[in-house]
Design a protein around this ligand. Structure first.
Ligand code: GLN
Length: 248
């Protein structure tokens, strides 16, 4: 069920996350190790977004499998950034495979990715969706559960909520409205990474002024720590805070 990762720290080439490690995101796209909850490979598109020096993030998304993109291999070696989110997608059955449906979703300084599924979609979350401005519903990135989650988080961010609060409140309300959902989300504003674990794997590696959150460890470094299920992670370059989510 999709794999995603987020990095904050000294600038590194995108390739050092996407292609170089033994269990890079490209490797996870065709040989994931921990697809609990369904899916076999992550071949329904991918996305990577990063922050150019001092600017808002830019992204590159495609509907093809990550391992087939020869241009990205070159781009990823030539592009370095201090904040990066990338994802490979295994579309939930019935959801469209389009570029705008591939995480990370992007607006202003924010990036957002979701690994999982909203149970009972779309009926279970229709009451929550109906509280969004009509414009937001008419301009959803895609008619998918992940895009709606992003719209719910983004609505709080636009109103001024801190990133961690916007993510936590959205995940808690969707988990309550749609019990059994799998809601591993990952978001950043370029200086803080926020993630949840609800139904899927996530590991963290921190140290030397950098933090990396990833669905699966990229290598055998013993510094990787699994994040327990049902938790919220708030990380900066130098701090990692992991606390239980207030969900049932
Ligand atoms: N349900 C989401 C989608 O279809 C995410 C799928 C996943 O995590 N595999 O895009």
């Amino acid at each position: 069920m999709c794999r995603h990762l987020g990095y904050l720290g000294p600038p590194i080439p995108l390739a050092s996350l996407l292609f170089d490690p033994p269990h890079s995101l490209a490797h996870q796209s065709w040989a994931p190790k921990d697809m609990r909850g369904g899916g076999t490979i992550n071949a329904d598109g991918f996305g990577v977004a990063w922050y150019p020096d001092g600017g808002n993030p830019v992204g590159y998304r495609r509907t093809s499998p990550l391992w087939t993109d020869a241009d990205l291999r070159v781009l990823a070696r030539a592009t370095a950034a201090a904040a990066i989110i990338a994802a490979v997608r295994s579309a939930t059955v019935g959801m469209p495979v389009t570029e705008p449906a591939a995480p990370p979703f992007l607006e202003r300084q924010w990036l957002f990715s979701h690994n999982g599924v909203v149970a009972g979609w779309p009926d279970s979350v229709s009451p929550l969706a109906s509280r969004l401005p009509v414009q937001d519903l008419l301009t959803l990135d895609a008619p998918t559960d992940s895009a709606l989650l992003w719209a719910l988080v983004r609505h709080r961010l636009r109103a001024g909520a801190p990133l961690a609060e916007a993510v936590r409140e959205t995940v808690v309300e969707v988990a309550a409205a749609a019990p059994g959902s799998r809601l591993n989300v990952l978001a950043t504003n370029g200086t803080t990474l926020v993630a949840t674990t609800l139904g899927h794997a996530l590991s963290v590696r921190a140290g030397h002024g950098a933090v990396l959150l990833s669905s699966e460890p990229l290598d055998r470094d013993p510094a990787w720590r699994p994040v327990p299920d049902g938790h919220l992670v708030i990380a900066t370059q130098s701090t990692v805070d992991i606390s239980p989510l207030p969900t049932e």
